[in-house]
Every structure is written in C-alpha cells, then in structure tokens.
Design a protein around this ligand. Structure first.
Ligand code: 13P
Length: 253
C-alpha cells in the first residue's frame, strides 16, 4: 500500500552533537503516526550509527544515508558502499539527488548502478529526479523527468520497484525559497505516476510513494501534501529545525 512519507535530508549540515540534539527534540515532539505514514532521517555518514541508536525506540522513524558508491567494494578512497550502510542499520539510501548529479557528475548509468548496489544489499531507495530552471522555462520538464526515471529505474523488475520511493525535486525550488505551486507539483507527480503505470502497470504506480522536495516547509506542506499524487516530502533546510520539521510531519495527517 502507498505510504505517506516525510524524509529529512540534512545534507552536509550539523555536527554529531547538533545531530543528536535535533533527533532528541524530534523524539520529544513526535506525533503518533498511523501505519500508512512514516518519517525518514538522512543524516551525514558520520552520524548514522549514533542516529540508529537514538532511533532504536522509534518505530515510525527510519534511517537513510544520502548516497552510496556504485561498486560493491574496493579501492575507492573516501567512498561508502551499500553493504557498509546495511551493516550500520541503514534502511534507505537517497540516490540521484540533483546536488550529486551536478557537483559530483553522477550520470544516469552510474545512478542505475547505485540503485542496483542498494537493492542487492536490501536497502530501499529514495530516487530523486527534477528539472533545472531552463527546462521548466522551455516547458519540457515532463520529458526531462521521464528520461531520468527511465534511465535510473526501468531496468528493475516489478518486484524490485516496490523498494523504490520517488522524490520529485525541481532544481529551481531547492534551497531557493521558491516552492513549486501545488498545481505544478500535482501535474508532475501525476505525470510520473503515469510513466510508471505505462511500464509497470497501474497497481505498481498506485502503490508508489512520490515525494515532493524543494523549499517545502511547515507553512506550505499541508497544501502540497493534500494533492492526490503528492505522498509527502523530501525536506532539506526545514528538516534542520525540530519545530519546523515536526510541523511538516503534522501536515501528513
Ligand atoms: P530544501 O528543502 O532546502 O529546498 O532542499 C530540498 C532538498 O534538496 C531535499 O533533498
């Protein structure tokens, strides 16, 4: 069944102490969630073990990493494998974030390999897609996002696809304060669901959670999440403050 999800992407923010404090504050304010709702936290690699220990008593809150390497193991100085994440009690991994695509030159082929590594190691994937401003201005965002999804995911079986959460994050909305309108988000999410349905069937598409990301905050989350094809959010800046992030979690209900 399709889940409603609020996921925090801390990106490269917070020291260990600051991260521990934030999780503690979330713990104290966390509402009780129904079975169809969950929260995911994606702290930096250095924080994963500490965060896993803190989350041990919180059944609704799950742990994610922000990236993994596309090979299983070997001479890749500074990198982290999917197997390492699994051994650190990580459940999800974010793959294909626009910041990874842009600053670290991660292309479609590499991202497809990362997805394979994650699934081989029994991690679920939060797969990101989203267009830059010039594509939005040219009104070609639907085909742009469709090609990202095809390249990253369409080699998977229907069974494997069940381990994927999609996150639509228009690049022009990330960290800019310029959120997509709920109509823009709904249009794209509906398109993404139809792309999945064409390849994998309506049931697989209906079961897929599609999150919105990009300047989502407590004040606009409820409107975005009320769209029929928006199943929650992937939150950057607003996930770094407990009160703000708890407000977004409240907007799930
Ligand atoms: P902001 O919420 O800071 O715009 O970031 C969104 C994002 O990139 C989450 O992955």
């Amino acid at each position: 069944m399709r889940k409603k999800i609020v996921a925090a992407n801390w990106k490269m923010n917070l020291t260990l102490n600051q991260g521990a404090e934030l999780v503690n504050d979330l713990f104290n304010g966390m509402p009780v969630l129904n079975d169809d709702k969950l929260v995911i936290l994606a702290p930096p690699f250095t924080h994963l073990t500490q965060t896993a220990e803190q989350l041990a008593g919180m059944i609704d809150v799950h742990l994610a990493a922000q990236n993994c390497h596309h090979e299983a193991a070997g001479a890749y100085t500074g990198e982290i494998s999917a197997a390492m994440l699994k051994s650190a009690e990580v459940e999800y991994v974010i793959i294909g974030h626009s910041e990874r695509r842009l600053y670290f030159k991660e292309d479609d082929a590499t991202l497809a390999k990362k997805v394979n590594q994650a699934l081989t190691n029994e991690l679920k994937v939060i797969f990101c897609c989203g267009e830059p401003l010039e594509i939005r201005d040219a009104n070609t965002q639907n085909s742009f996002v469709e090609s990202q999804i095809k390249a990253g995911l369409f080699h998977l079986s229907t069974e494997q696809l069940e381990e994927i959460v999609l996150a639509y994050e228009p690049i022009w909305a990330i960290g800019t304060g310029r959120t997509a309108s709920s109509a823009q988000a709904q249009d794209m999410h509906e398109h993404i669901r139809s792309v999945i349905a064409k390849q994998y069937g309506q049931e697989a598409a209906d079961n897929m959670s599609i999150l919105y990301g990009g300047s989502c905050k407590a004040s606009n989350a409820a409107e975005l999440f009320a769209c029929p094809d928006v199943d929650g959010g992937l939150i950057g800046g607003a996930s770094l403050k407990a009160e703000e992030f708890l407000g977004i979690i409240e907007a799930l209900s």
